[in-house]
Design a protein around this ligand. Structure first.
Ligand code: G3P
Ligand code: CA
Length: 286
């Protein structure tokens, strides 16, 4: 009963409001969001639309593009023979039918693996994509948030990524919507030197809950984004990050409630497995 009353109350508020409302896929209103708020919120499809397709595959990136995400987020690592590949874990065990460390396998070996069946049989045969395949397929269509995953394991990775972007003239400005980020902040400093015109971000975990203004100023010397785990995001953190002239895209929202909380906190973007949680769904009239 309480739930119905809440929905009715919000529905009445929505009815008297001329802008869009944020509702779930069934059209149930969950919060009134102004059109301006909804449009300015950057929607990042985490590892592609990974709630709907196997993470970090071309299928997941295509789905993120089709769902109108602003960015697809990709995790980049390097094979034993130096190929840049897109995969999250430092082993292939969880997301393919193979075993072993990414850095101990050759590209040929990784390419044989099935990266889709673990998620659903309908994705059987998906491959681990190369970094170059992803940027060639999606640049100009959707923004690309490139995470350098565990770069400490892959010496020279920053230069390889920079070279691939430079070969395609993607390093000149950010009109192609490319951002680089990593939990490894030294790697970001290195990358910023190689790609000074592209925005960079520092990823941080819960240990940075009490980040100081001074630390934020140090990050801002080379980073444009401070992207924390969503559990540490507060009004104060958001305003401190903005004060330091950086943007904040927390990770990783997996429920509508989490996305709504981040809307309330006034973050700049939401990294989510479910792109649809960040977009307006028309409310049914019946
Ligand atoms: O984009 C941020 C997020 O991807 C960081 O965490 O573990 O999913 O790579 P993870
Ligand atoms: Ca990532």
């Amino acid at each position: 009963m309480k739930r119905i009353v809440t929905i009715l109350a919000v529905s009445l508020a929505a009815a008297s409001f001329s802008g869009p409302v944020l509702a779930d896929e069934h059209g149930e209103v969950s919060k009134v969001i102004s059109k301006q708020e909804q449009q300015k919120m950057v929607n990042v499809a985490h590892r592609g639309a990974s709630g709907h397709a196997p993470e970090n595959t071309m299928g997941a990136f295509q789905k993120g593009f089709e769902m109108k995400a602003d960015y697809i987020e990709i995790d980049v690592q390097m094979t034993k023979d130096g190929e840049l590949v897109v995969i999250h874990d430092t082993t292939v065990d969880r997301t393919t039918n193979g075993t072993g460390k990414v850095g101990s396998l050759t590209f040929e070996e990784i390419r044989q693996l099935d990266a889709g069946s673990w998620f659903s049989e309908s994705y059987a045969g998906e491959k681990v994509p190369t970094f170059e395949e992803v940027i060639d397929a999606f640049r100009g269509k959707v923004g690309i948030l490139i995470e350098l995953k565990a770069p400490e394991l892959y010496p020279g990775m920053e230069k390889k990524i920079a070279d691939a972007l430079m070969e395609r003239n993607m390093h000149l400005s950010n009109n192609g919507k490319v951002i680089l980020q990593s939990f490894n902040h030294e790697s970001m400093k290195k990358s910023k030197e190689l790609l000074p015109n592209l925005p960079h971000g520092v990823l941080v975990g819960a240990g940075w809950k009490n980040v100081t203004e001074e630390q934020l100023a140090q990050f801002a010397a080379y980073a444009d984004y401070f992207n924390p785990t969503m559990s540490i995001v507060t009004d104060e953190l958001v305003s401190d990050v903005h004060e330091a002239e950086m943007k904040i895209y927390p990770y990783t929202s997996r429920t509508q409630e989490q996305a709504l909380r981040l809307f309330d906190l006034n973050v700049d973007g939401i990294i989510t497995d479910y792109t649809e949680h960040v977009y307006y769904h028309p409310v049914k009239n019946n």
